[in-house]
Write a protein that binds this ligand. Structure first.
Ligand SMILES: C[S@@+](CC[C@H](N)C(=O)[O-])C[C@H]1O[C@@H](n2cnc3c(N)ncnc32)[C@H](O)[C@@H]1O
Length: 317
């Protein structure tokens, strides 16, 4: 048993692990980038999948360092950890490994450890200051977004990043509350939202969508995803794979649309055929499959966090 198996490692169940590993077509001696190290679930599986594989792992959150150190102790220089944003992955990785990377994987979003560390303010179920920064050295926090953004800007963020239909009412309620006194904690914010968002039929808390939206804004997650994908496309060599797991529709749309661009998909139609998307045979990349891969019913039963996950995969020719 290694030291990781008793640590925070167990708290995070990697989502779509078998599918991600299959998608990467791990080969002996291959070089892989895990752009979102987290608890190291994917990294460890890649290192164990074939002898002499190498993993360069990134995470913007310094709290994962103990996990990274434990893996380094176990795998030595087969494993390199770099603390940084994947939106800048080429700068972190490229000079040494340009064109030599066989696969890069992204597992987008927040980790179970981040959600479980109450003081970080990601969860509305635990009283904590409004923070939500993955990188605790960055300036922008949830406190600033909630207390300083204009009402209209807040409403747009909550609508676009949270798919919250009552976004205008939520933004209005936040602005009315903060006129009395600044909103300081997660529970305060959740209560303000719960007053204007009906419970609905879904089992989720009424503040779930608003919290997701604010977290995405604080960590600039969609911008990171867009630049991260562009960087990944420069990084992988011939036959190299990019695999991306997302958890909500806005992220999945970004991945799908970028992969369609990379594979040169265009709308083709003629008199006899309805319009269809056809991949260009001249493009540098090809889709590994046309549809996103979803978790099995069994995985969702065992790990409800997996329910909205989607995996998309593309390969450089
Ligand atoms: C869902 S967890 C990954 C879990 C991991 N696949 C595992 O099996 O343990 C996402 C991780 O990505 C990190 N992350 C999110 N956005 C990032 C970014 N733009 N750059 C680097 N790391 C990021 C988060 O800090 C978090 O630790």
């Amino acid at each position: 048993m290694n030291s990781l198996s008793e640590s925070k490692y167990d708290l995070h169940t990697p989502v779509l692990l078998a599918e991600v590993l299959r998608s990467l077509e791990i080969k002996e001696g291959g070089c892989y980038v895990d752009a979102t190290f987290g608890a190291g679930g994917y990294t460890k599986a890649i290192l164990e999948q074939a002898p002499n594989t190498k993993v360069i792992a990134l995470d913007r959150d310094a709290n994962v360092l103990p996990e990274a150190k434990a893996l380094h102790a176990e795998y030595g220089d087969r494993f390199i950890f770099i603390q940084g944003d994947f939106g800048n992955v080429c700068n972190h990785v490229r000079f040494e490994y340009e064109g030599q990377v066989d696969g890069i994987v992204f597992d987008i979003g927040v980790s179970s450890m981040q959600l479980d560390q109450a003081e970080r303010g990601f969860s509305f179920t635990k009283e904590a200051p409004l923070d939500m920064r993955m990188d605790q050295d960055q300036e922008l926090s949830a406190h600033t977004v909630v207390n300083e953004y204009e009402q209209e800007q807040l409403a747009d963020i909550i609508y676009r990043y949270g798919d919250e239909r009552r976004s205008r009412a939520v933004a209005r309620a936040i602005c009315a509350a903060r006129e009395q006194a600044p909103i300081e904690t997660t529970v305060q914010l959740a209560e303000i939202v719960a007053k204007v968002v009906p419970k609905g039929q879904a089992k989720i808390h009424p503040a779930t969508r608003t919290f997701q939206a604010i977290r995405i804004e604080v960590n600039q997650e969609l911008e990171q995803l867009k630049t991260g994908l562009q960087e990944a496309a420069k990084l992988v060599g011939s036959g190299g794979i990019i695999s991306v797991v997302t958890f909500h529709s806005t992220e999945d749309r970004i991945v799908k649309s970028y992969f369609n661009d990379l594979s040169g998909k265009e709308i083709h139609s003629n008199r006899h055929m309805p319009a269809e998307l056809v991949a260009s045979s001249n493009a540098d990349f090809e889709l590994a499959q046309n549809k996103a891969i979803a978790p099995s019913a069994e995985e969702i039963r065992a790990n409800p966090r997996a329910r909205s996950a989607k995996l998309r995969v593309i390969r450089r020719r």
